[in-house]
Design a protein around this ligand. Structure first.
Ligand code: GLC
Length: 463
């Protein structure tokens, strides 16, 4: 009876935890930590931090790549967890991993064509499989039928295209023998006493060292790495489990310029412990703030709900939806990291290519409404059914028209006397306008027919 009660309580805990994971889109769900002393090695002025992040804030748009053994089952990158597979059951994916069509040059070329400026790839996801030739494990691509260091090849291809490189590294590891059994581990014994007993044979210190060694390897052997996406903390005080401070010190020592996400679990009160916020799979209502101040942020988003290749997932976003996602992100001062989950043959799936082509088409004519842009100054309120982005250097304001009006006019309340010239961005055709005599209002004369682009943009040259 007591056991039953215990099991019910545990089930409720797991449901609550998973619910929180779903609600928060899987990102860090721990609450803010206490304020820790600022380590000497992390000291940096605000100006220095802005400088370090300058390229990133300018570029705005990157490609996320989730690739690993889970591309074979092709039913979500959490498949090992979802189906409670043992290492033994999962082994068949390792044995059959052979992406013979992998040509990273094609991936890099596609990212570049879509206007993405950096590529962040999973070097290791929660399953623990490593896509590079790590000397700290046998569980790596070079030991599968593929025999290739997939990371090295991608890094080279990105550099050749002038793209920056980011690494995603999972803090969670469902394969490493010293990673403790927790609520998410696929093989964790259900009963807590058995679990505690099993965890006595798992040495957390060894796992911490493993992470440090691997990150040191990744940040030493592959040249300059521009972004680091560590994933993720889900329990209170979990930063202790990762030895977050020790880990970050290794990272910063090896690559002082690197930009690190916020999922080590150091929390809002320790801003030295992260560079940017990572809202996942949702759009913040406004520019995210920490202690009242707007902070750098990058939202990561999928084409279709799963990060890893998912053959049967059908909820693919359309090209216009994705373009709006990018615009809205920039209109709130953020970056977009848009994910592709390549197949187990090593290709981008046709649906991903279709979306990337559509984005490329739009970006080829509209990218100056994205790069170097940010939220519009406060005096400009976004007109009905529009979004605004603004380039403070060139002093141009971009009106992204989400729903093209029917009758040849677009009213801009509050814009009187604020700009001197207007044009459609896709073809630089003049947009004439007149200012209202009485009210603070400008009427743009726009064509009745919507320009033949996913989202038309009007470029305003400010006074
Ligand atoms: C989550 C998920 C994961 C995905 C990641 C992307 O934390 O666990 O599968 O890699 O978010 O941000």
């Amino acid at each position: 009876m007591a056991k039953k009660k215990h099991e019910v309580a545990r089930a409720i805990r797991v449901i609550l935890l998973l619910w929180a994971v779903i609600l928060l889109g899987g990102q860090s769900i721990m609450v803010a930590q206490e304020k820790l002393p600022v380590p000497a090695w992390s000291k940096e002025t605000k100006e220095q931090k802005n400088k370090r992040m300058e390229w990133w804030t300018h570029d705005r748009f990157g490609m996320f790549i989730h690739w690993g053994l889970y591309a074979l089952p092709a039913r979500h990158e959490w498949v090992k967890h979802n189906e409670k597979m043992t290492n033994e059951q999962y082994q068949k994916y390792f044995d059959h991993f052979n992406p013979d069509l992998y040509q990273p040059k094609l991936w890099a070329a596609r990212a570049k064509a879509a206007g993405m400026k950096y590529v962040t790839i999973t070097t290791k996801h929660h399953e623990g499989f490593c896509l590079w030739d790590s000397k700290y494990t046998d569980y790596k691509s070079t030991n599968t039928p593929c025999h290739r260091d997939l990371i090295k090849e991608l890094v080279d291809a990105c550099r050749a295209e002038g793209l920056r490189v980011g690494f995603y590294y999972s803090l969670i590891d469902w394969h490493h023998p010293d990673f403790p059994y927790d609520n998410l581990h696929p093989e964790a014994p259900k009963d807590s006493a058995t679990r505690a007993e099993a965890n006595k044979h798992r040495d957390l210190k060894k796992y911490q060292q493993y992470m440090k060694n691997q990150l040191a390897e990744l940040l030493t052997n592959y040249g300059q790495i521009d972004e680091l996406f560590l994933d993720f903390s889900y329990e209170k005080d979990q930063y202790k489990m990762w030895d977050a401070e020790g880990l970050l010190q290794v990272v910063r020592r090896l690559q002082p310029q690197i930009i690190v996400d916020d999922r080590l679990g150091l929390g809002d009160d320790n801003p030295w412990g992260w560079d940017y916020k990572t809202p996942e799979q949702y759009m913040p209502v406004e520019w995210p703030r920490v202690n009242g101040e707007q902070v750098p942020w990058e939202t990561c988003q999928t084409f279709s709900g799963s990060w890893g290749y998912h053959r049967d997932e059908a909820s693919w976003k359309s090209v216009p939806q994705l373009v709006v996602l990018l615009i809205e992100t920039v209109s709130k001062g953020g970056n977009l990291l848009l994910n592709v989950g390549p197949t187990a043959r090593g290709e981008f799936d046709y649906r991903a290519n279709d979306r990337l082509d559509g984005i490329a088409e739009w970006m080829s004519r509209h990218n100056r409404a994205i790069y170097g842009c940010t939220q519009a100054p406060q005096q400009f309120q976004k007109p009905d059914k529009c979004l605004l982005t603004y380039n403070p250097e060139t002093k141009r304001l971009y009106v992204h028209v989400l729903d093209w009006p029917c009758c040849g006019g677009l009213p801009l309340p509050g814009f009187k006397g604020k700009f001197k010239y207007a044009q459609l961005l896709n073809d630089a055709s003049e947009v004439r306008f007149n200012e209202d005599k009485d009210k603070d209002l400008v009427n743009l004369s726009i064509p009745v027919q919507k320009p033949n682009v996913a989202v038309p943009v009007i470029e305003l040259f400010l006074e």
